[in-house]
Write a protein that binds this ligand. Structure first.
Ligand code: SF4
Ligand code: SF4
Ligand code: SF4
Length: 316
């Protein structure tokens, strides 16, 4: 992905030198392999730090709400959809942002790489075409990138940015014939007791660190319901009831807004598959309202519009 890196740097250089934007939000290489991190570049001497490969899973739209300056932002398909959600929710203005669109080929899951290494410590991880080359003290291994994709990326059908000012490369062919909700249906098919047990086990390791919430571009409220103490909406302990309440309420706050970008799941330090909550609601919104979040920039979310043929009587 060297060519994307060079293109992003070129665009950033041009936008900053022509004073079209005040800063560029992109990625730089992390201090450990497979952990690229966000960077906000204001000065020309930092442009060389901008970087791209398949470990840029952080959703940069998370850094837009309430910003006042003019910004350029690097955006994959899912990031661009979250930018659309921010525009629809009044978190940022369109003329404030210059979107550097990245046609995405999927992000690699560092946990899947580590599982393949069976305890060996990776010191250098390089992407070459469709392969991931991992080097450590006494080893060098090559894997197929397709086998290591994040779960959400493997089933992603919106890899091209939906909204952009310029692209860093040719648009990619979108995946088709993907069954996005096989796992959700498996849970729906359980009897209530088994389903209860499933979610109980799913969140049992949760330490309520809120990394999932903090990584999500949708969670921008000045005071989150979990932090509020007057009134206190829910307990702050690790009691299973409090933990479950947090997860269910967070998922409902994301209903009709989640783009399945996977940033929440990627951030969880104990590896909880938190998308099991949001995907169910994503499926319901699609089936009930034929709506996917952030796809149509000029559209409005389903719970934000009135339809004269609404089947609910209370609306008439
Ligand atoms: S969800 Fe889609 S657009 Fe987002 S990183 Fe994965 S493949 Fe790329
Ligand atoms: S990131 Fe993981 S451990 Fe932390 S609150 Fe979310 S689910 Fe729980
Ligand atoms: S809930 Fe998770 S998958 Fe959905 S938009 Fe937020 S971070 Fe992305």
């Amino acid at each position: 992905m060297v060519e994307y890196t060079r293109k992003i740097q070129d665009i950033a250089k041009r936008l900053l030198s022509e004073k079209k934007v005040d800063a560029v939000i992109g990625y730089r290489q992390g201090s450990v392999p497979m952990m690229n991190e966000p960077i906000l570049v204001r000065e020309a001497d930092k442009i060389d730090q901008l970087y791209w490969d398949s470990f840029c899973g952080v959703n940069l739209a998370n850094y837009l709400p309430k910003r006042k300056e003019r910004l350029a932002i690097v955006a994959k398909g899912c990031d661009s959809r979250n930018i659309v959600v921010h525009l629809q929710e009044g978190q940022i203005k369109r003329d404030q942002i210059h979107i550097i669109g990245v046609p995405c080929r999927g992000m690699v899951d560092r946990r899947k790489v580590r599982a393949k290494l069976e305890g060996q410590e990776p010191l250098r991880v390089v992407e070459t075409g469709d392969q991931i080359v991992v080097e450590g003290k006494d080893f060098k291994e090559t894997f197929k990138k397709a086998d290591l994709l994040q779960d959400n990326c493997a089933i992603c059908i919106h890899r091209n940015p939906v909204l952009y000012d310029e692209l860093v490369g040719e648009l990619v062919t979108e995946q088709s014939g993907v069954d996005r909700y096989e796992d959700v249906r498996a849970v729906e098919d359980m009897d209530p007791e088994a389903r209860w047990k499933y979610f109980e086990e799913l969140v049992r390791p949760c330490i309520r660190c809120y990394a999932c919430r903090n990584a999500c571009p949708l969670c921008y409220c000045p005071t989150c319901f979990v932090d509020e103490s007057k009134p206190q909406w829910m307990g702050k302990s690790l009691d299973p009831t409090d933990v479950r309440t947090f997860h269910f309420m967070r998922a409902f706050h994301c209903a009709g807004r989640c783009t399945d970008c996977g940033a929440c799941e990627r951030a969880c330090p104990v590896g909880i598959k938190v998308r099991q909550f949001t995907k169910k609601l994503e499926k319901d919104i699609l089936e009930l309202y034929h709506f996917e979040a952030g796809i149509i920039p000029e559209g409005r979310p389903p719970l934000d519009v009135y339809r004269p043929d609404d089947p609910e009587k209370f609306i008439k």
